[in-house]
Design a binder for this molecule. Structure first.
Ligand SMILES: [Zn+2]
Length: 219
């Protein structure tokens, strides 16, 4: 089962993706991880991506999708895969659909985790980040210490977690995502909205029920 996760920053999509991966026994794949892995292994596309990043250039979708194709064709992804952050724009949705088609597969479910904007702003603007190890914390104040990774760091509020900056990030996200949702509606549907307000268990339960409904609909 190929599952695509969508959702604004702060909705908890990454955490839910990990839970679903553990429950379903399939890997969670994020663009950044796949890219770093290809660079580390020194694959041809990994080397191409590294050269671009070393020059400070963005890695284009075509290279990302090439690397993603290797990942999706690997035995580890045979049973299924959860794609987190792989699809953010319509060209990426199209690209993914095409490469899955080449592999004789398709997107089986798109889960969109969402919450009202005020809650997202509240969550993200309550986040502090360690200035040494970059770990994020909720419910801890700027100025507190972090010793989680061997070295002592200080928690700071990142500029892009300030409320105004958060609202701008959400605006950009919504501008990109609305067409992606339309695209999936026009191309087979299989998109479920998941209310991401609640405990981790509640949200996971909703995601599992949505997957069962989508699977039932496809059968
Ligand atoms: Zn730290």
């Amino acid at each position: 089962m190929v599952i695509v996760l969508l959702g604004p920053p702060g909705a908890g999509k990454g955490t839910q993706g990990e839970r679903l991966a553990a429950r379903l026994g399939i890997p969670k794949v994020a663009t950044g991880d796949v890219l770093r892995d290809a660079v580390r292994r020194g694959t041809p596309l990994g080397l191409e991506a590294k050269a671009l990043m070393d020059r400070g250039d963005l890695v284009p979708d075509s290279v990302i999708m090439g690397i993603m194709k290797e990942t999706l064709a690997a035995p580890s992804a045979a049973k299924g895969v959860i794609l987190d952050g792989v699809v953010r724009t319509t060209p990426q949705a199209e690209g993914l659909s095409k490469l899955l088609g080449d592999l004789g597969r398709q997107v089986d479910a798109v889960l969109l985790f969402d919450i009202v904007e005020d809650e997202l702003v509240r969550r993200l603007s309550g986040r502090t980040t360690c200035n040494v190890c970059q770990k994020s914390f909720f419910g801890r104040e700027p100025g507190e210490q972090c010793t989680d990774n061997g070295k002592t760091g200080v928690l700071v509020r990142r500029q892009d977690d300030e409320p105004d900056a958060v609202r701008k990030r959400l605006q950009v996200y919504r501008q990109q995502t609305a067409p992606v949702m339309d695209w999936y509606d026009r191309n087979g549907g299989r998109l479920a909205h998941i209310d991401a307000l609640g405990t981790l268990d509640e949200v996971e339960g909703r995601a599992i029920r949505a997957l069962e409904t989508l699977k039932g609909g496809a059968a």
